[in-house]
Structures are given as C-alpha cells and as structure tokens.
Write a protein that binds this ligand. Sequence first.
Ligand code: COI
Length: 359
Amino acid sequence: MDIRILPLPAEKAKAKITDESQLGFGRHFTDRMLLVEWRAGQGWCDARIKPYEPFVLDPACMVFHYAQEIFEGLKAYNWVDGKVALFRPEMNARRFNQSADRLCMPAVPEDLFLGGIERLVALEQEWIPTAPGTSLYIRPAMIAVAPVLGIKPSDHYYFYVILSPVGAYYDSGFSPVSIMVEDHFVRAVPGGTGEAKTGGNYASSLKAGLDAKKKGFDQVLWLDGRERRYIDEVGAMNMFFVYGRTIVTAPLTGSILPGVTRDSVLKLALTLGYEIEERPIDIHELMADIRNGKVTEAFGSGTAAVITPVGRLSYKNETLQLCGGAVGEITQNLYDTLTGIQAGTVVDTFGWIRFVDIQ
Ligand code: COI
C-alpha cells in the first residue's frame, strides 16, 4: 500500500531533547505519526505519515466506551556506523495481529505494519537518541472509532504509530526494583484477554499498582487468576528466577503476555550456557526457595523495561531480599548481551536485527 507523506509545517516541528539523561520514558514525542484507516467493505485505506497532532474523535467512539483497543511496543536503535536497527519487529507484527484477533479487530498486513514503521522511523531518524541506554520507542496502536453505542465490533478503525525518544523505563535505571506480589486482585483469568496487548489489562492493574506504591514497592507481581498461587507476570515485564545456573520462568498458558524480550532471554540464556525451565512457579515454594538461598537472582524482561533486576519481593507479610539487593551476575550478563546486540556492539548470531532503509 502506498503511504502518502504529508508536509511538516515549520510550526509543527518541535525542539529536540538535548540532554538525553532527562528523557525518561514516554514523555516526548517526535514530529510525525503514521495513520491508516480501516473501513468495513473497503479494508485498509488512506495510509499517511502526517504531523503528530491530536485526533478529533466523536465522544461516542467505541474505544472510549468499550475499550476496543490494542497496542505494541518496540524500539529503534542508532548504531555508531549510522545504521538504524529494529529488534525483532516481525514478532511485534505477529503479536499485534494475535491481539487484533482476540479483540475482533482487522489484521494489519505485516508489510504495512513493518513498512509503515520503517518509513516513519526513517523520516524521524534525527530523533533517535544516541546515549547508552536510550532508544526510540515505537508505539503502534489500533482503536475502534465508529461512533456507535451498541456492543459489537466497530466498522471503522485507526491503526497509528507514534514515536518517543526514551531512556530507562524505571526512574532508577538499571538497578534493582522492589516488587509486591498481589494476593487479592488478579490481572487475567484463563480464557480472558491476558495474552493480548490491550489497554484494559493495564487499566485494571492500576489499583493494585497504586496500593503497592503506597506500601513502598515499584511494581505488582500478578498471580494466576484461578488459584492465586502461580506466578503470572508483572504488568510491564515477564519474570525470571535464577536457581544457580538455571533460569526459570512461567509458561505461556494464555494469561500472560508472550514477551519478545522473554523469548529473546530464553534463547540467549541457552547460548550463554545456562539452563532454562518454563514451568508453573508456586509462590509459596518460590518464597521458601528465596528464604533458603536457592533462588540466587530475579529479574523482569520487557521491551520498555529491557532486563530489570529485582532486589526485593514481598508476599503477604514477608519481604525477602534477592541477591543481597544487588544486580546478579547472570542478570548482568544477559543485560549486557541483549543490549549489546541491540546497540550493535555484540554480534547478532540470531538474525534478530532488521535495518531501516534510510535514503
Ligand atoms: C513495552 O514493554 O513495550 C510495554 O508495552 C510495557 C508498558 C510500557 C506498557
């Protein structure tokens, strides 16, 4: 599909962030965005890259009432040789369409998803930060825009992509975060939308997140929705627990997000000589294993969070320290290797990097 490039008027061009240490996460947006529409009977149409600006939407739009919405997150990296690299974007394209299917939304053809992102990133190349640990976060999303209050799939959608130069997701950067295991609220139930990347999963997690913050923790770790016994995920991260040289994570049972970084960690771990196990993790056993020193490290993974060490885990009335509150050796090794591949300083033997065609 042809993508029209609309002019960027001088007054819509923003000042770049010069101090990259102040970027934070998702607070600044580039000058342009991609917008493509889907209409019943017509399919995908009117693809354009246009100045970044607010949507004018009818207050009755279905997304506002029934949350028919999905999104993705991936990153572009500025390499020292001037190349611009995307990390496994095909996986995001695939997962976007799995989410679309779950939410009864139209699939976005992979060449439109990837081609649209590449054209946009190429035009916005000068927004990609260069400091270590920074990148250009890419946020594709799809929303239902038909102004109809009846509950049914919309007949009009916007697929759009916005870009945000980012630093670390957590204000503390690459240092251990503290996590509270939620034993009352649940994030997902079998058969629900837990494995789809849809806004409702995040909206329903806010209450527990605020409670955890009040108690002095950075994040919530969700247990399974049936028994509140097995580890699911942290909203923005899949979780890993290190037992000596074995890295254990929860299996993809349908209620957790199939993370691109999760998959990359599992593949990297094997090549780095570690064992991996995908198995149900019982919270009571996990706490006992931390208490008696069997669990030597813990970390989370996500596109935004990259690999984030966990220094404290709290369940009910007990808070345990992991790895003496420091960054563990295996966590550090995985972080260095993964971020090295993404930045182009470690050879990508997996074929994960896709370069953006910058003309
Ligand atoms: C990501 O890691 O890309 C996410 O979407 C997590 C969060 C920022 C919602």
